[in-house]
Design a protein around this ligand. Structure first.
Ligand SMILES: *[C@@H]1O[C@H](CO)[C@@H](O)[C@H](O)[C@H]1NC(C)=O
Ligand SMILES: *[C@@H]1O[C@H](CO)[C@@H](O)[C@H](O)[C@H]1NC(C)=O
Length: 378
């Protein structure tokens, strides 16, 4: 009898150990997932929705609830084709859906873009509750040069498949923490919260909207790959990423020479966070767009210093705007003055702290233009 109990206990120990080290999770070869990427250092919270089908060599990722759709169609001849569809506003048109195409090349073929991490090399850490679900926690730590990156993933399994090897896992949360041992500080961090996950993909998700004709990207080529497939650089940070290419291009263009490796690393980090901020803001479909400029390698606190203003001690005798006078006026929600040709290009006020005079000349120029034009057409 005692022997029998011991045998049962031994079996129980083996069974619980078998359960304590689950097999490496996988997400299947096709899935549809929704989530939010947060990049706290760039002040970004970007919702996305993704479709992935390995057999069809196709993926699609939409950002900001479909403001921007990107397609990676690896089966299209000859080396795959990437598309980006988004509304564009220019000097001549407002919110017109545009499709931009990037053809893969022998060197850089267009392939499917996963929106879930590749878990090869991850180690099982522990079981813990996350967002009310009991999760497996998996982790991988990599060291490349001065960069130590810790990737942590929280997954669950459906009730039915709790212990069976073959069933795809459901991703819940993913965190990347990048620590720079040279600078002694965290240089990067991103979090992804997955909201919906399903192994079913509607093949129609990979068809471009009907009647869409696609042209190449305007402007110089360095940025195109990032615009066509933002996810690639957003959460798959590798030493040879597109953002590194962009930084090299920036250094050439603005003739940057940094004093040492430390400053170089610092500038590169500032640049990449600014780059992500610019691209993410542009994907959100706001009434304005951002671009990189000579200040893109500065940190937020350096930029704040440049905007510094000395307050005068005496009152400036400015009067409040007489809004009462205009109470009955019927105003449109918004007005894009560029469409009226009344806006001159953005000026660079450099170190001149005269925002008030730049604002004034801008307004006077626009008003004068409209006045002259109506005088001509009357
Ligand atoms: C992390 O993953 C890579 C491969 O993806 C592997 O070479 C490495 O050993 C892993 N690191 C740890 C600490 O397990
Ligand atoms: C891509 O390839 C197609 C077919 O070969 C061609 O018609 C199109 O002009 C190319 N587009 C770009 C942007 O290179």
């Amino acid at each position: 009898m005692r022997l029998y109990i011991a045998a049962v206990l031994l079996w129980a120990v083996i069974a619980s150990e078998g359960k304590a080290v689950p097999s490496l999770p996988h997400f299947g070869s096709s899935y549809h997932v929704k989530g939010v990427i947060s990049l706290p250092y760039a002040e970004i919270k970007e919702p996305f929705q993704a479709w992935f089908d390995l057999a069809a060599k196709s993926s699609r990722i939409d950002y900001y609830h479909g403001q921007v759709s990107t397609y990676q169609l690896g089966a299209e001849p000859q080396w795959g084709v990437a598309y980006k569809i988004s509304p564009e506003t220019t000097e001549t048109e407002q919110n017109v859906m545009k499709c931009f195409q990037t053809n893969g090349t022998a060197d850089e073929a267009v392939t499917t873009q996963a929106s879930l991490p590749d878990v090869q090399g991850f180690q099982f850490l522990r079981m813990e509750y996350f967002g009310g679900s009991l999760c497996e926690v998996w982790q991988n730590v990599t060291t490349v040069g001065h960069k130590k990156n810790t990737y942590t993933l929280w997954v669950t399994h459906s009730e039915r498949g709790a212990n069976s090897k073959g069933d795809p896992a459901t991703p819940l949360h993913y965190e990347m923490m990048g620590y720079n041992t040279l600078l002694g500080s965290h240089y990067d961090k991103y979090l992804v919260d997955y909201k919906e996950f399903s192994p079913h993909v509607d093949p129609k998700a990979f068809s471009l909207p009907e009647g869409m004709s696609c042209g190449g990207f305007p402007g110089p080529g360095v940025e195109h790959h990032m615009l066509a497939n933002p996810m690639k650089d957003l959460i798959h940070t590798s030493a040879s990423g597109q953002s590194e290419h962009m930084f090299n291009h920036f250094k050439d263009k603005f003739q940057r020479q940094y004093s040492d490796e430390r400053e170089h690393e610092k500038r590169q980090h500032a640049f990449i966070h600014n780059l992500r901020y610019v691209h993410s803001t542009n994907r959100a479909g706001l009434p304005f767009s951002l671009a990189l400029n000579s200040l893109s390698d500065r940190t937020m606190s350096e930029l704040a210093t440049m905007r510094g203003r000395k307050r005068g001690k005496t009152p400036n005798r400015g009067l409040p705007f007489p809004s009462k006078l205009y109470q009955g006026v019927n105003l449109p929600e918004s007005l894009d003055w560029r469409l009226y040709g009344a806006v001159t290009p953005v000026k660079d006020q450099a170190i001149c702290g005269s925002c008030w005079s730049f604002a004034t000349t801008g307004t006077v120029e626009g008003a004068l233009f409209l006045k002259q034009r109506s005088a001509r057409t009357d």
